[in-house]
Design a protein around this ligand. Sequence first.
Ligand SMILES: Cc1cc2nc3c(=O)[nH]c(=O)nc-3n(C[C@H](O)[C@H](O)[C@H](O)COP(=O)(O)OP(=O)(O)OC[C@H]3O[C@@H](n4cnc5c(N)ncnc54)[C@H](O)[C@@H]3O)c2cc1C
Length: 380
Amino acid sequence: MPLDPETFDALIDTVRRFVAGRLRPLEARVEEEDEIPGEIVREMREMGLFGLSIPEEYGGLGLNMSEEVRVALEFGRTTPAFRSVFGTNVGIGSQGLVMAGSDAQKQEWLPRIASGEVITSFALTEPGAGSDGASVQTKAVREGEIYKLSGTKRFITNADKASLFTVMARTGGEGAHGVSAFLVPADLPGVSVGRPEKKMGQQGAHVCDVHFDEAPVPAANRLGAEGEGFKIAMRVLDRGRLHIAAVCVGISERLIADSVAYAAERRQFGKPLADFQLIQAMIADSQTDTMAARALVLAGAALRDSGEPITLEAAAAKYFASESVGRVADRAVQIFGGAGYVADHGIERLYRDVRLFRIYEGTSQIQQLVIARETMKRRG
Ligand SMILES: Cc1cc2nc3c(=O)[nH]c(=O)nc-3n(C[C@H](O)[C@H](O)[C@H](O)COP(=O)(O)OP(=O)(O)OC[C@H]3O[C@@H](n4cnc5c(N)ncnc54)[C@H](O)[C@@H]3O)c2cc1C
């Protein structure tokens, strides 16, 4: 059920003011400290951001996909690490539970995920299993009413803050059908989290290894049936890809606004940069890229809300939006010239930040493979 339009408009207005007034002034500090200030996390909790996509009956706002991408788009207008604070709770960390959890599992976890009391992470990637997610080697071995979980997960967003992991682990033979999904509390014996990695961008959003050493996971914490884990993970990622694509569109729009403002003010050869047609060409290309990406995101979200499969549309939106925000960021550096390369205006920071979008939740090459496979399937 979508929110009534007035309530939704009020939410967007609040988010817009929060992003512009509270978050944008803190961008340089977050970059330097590699941490989101605690008071911002508290304010996000109070705004209900951790529960955006969680059904109302479990304490969330219950936004549909079209509404969620509009919120993600607004959060694209600032450093993307802010969105990561609640991004896993809204998306990949909670949606396996929303889609495939039992009533008891939902009752136990979703209200605390929606309030932000519980931070969730999604743990698919491993040292030996990245793009080939179906080849995970983390093992879950059933012993009566528990599974003993052993293995290492890599690059897990928010792992250092998480109290609940959705873990994809092998319960059967090789390949996708041997993978099951589990809700794994971080405080189980045998669960440990490595130190945050040093990264190219998105400072303030942390990724760590997560180790499982015979962690005793209750059998009641399995999501769905044995062997359904990979399918659940892919459904979660379909949704997540639309969300990420929306963030890319928001950042593109921010970069265009910054570029236009700078081009109007900076003068060379006795005129504003904006008067030069070669600068205008870059603005036109960025605007066209961004409008196309936005259209793909909104169409994909509307399709999901109508109950149709979106594997093709989500992959196409994520592929196009993540590639195009890279082009837009590159042009923004060019329009700013030397001022784009040095740190003052934050353009170089966004240029580094957006590079990740072509890698996680499926690289651009994986999106191409998905798009081709789905297109051929639909064409018989
Ligand atoms: C900051 C960050 C946050 C992340 N957060 C999470 C998280 O929360 N949870 C999680 O589970 N994972 C997470 N990941 C992992 C991320 O999803 C993987 O890094 C990504 O899927 C790619 O896997 P890989 O790094 O092992 O690269 P590889 O799979 O080794 O790929 C290397 C290169 O080979 C290409 N390639 C691979 N296979 C093919 C093919 N068949 N055809 C053509 N080209 C191919 C890839 O496109 C890429 O260019 C995160 C990663 C980062 C960097």
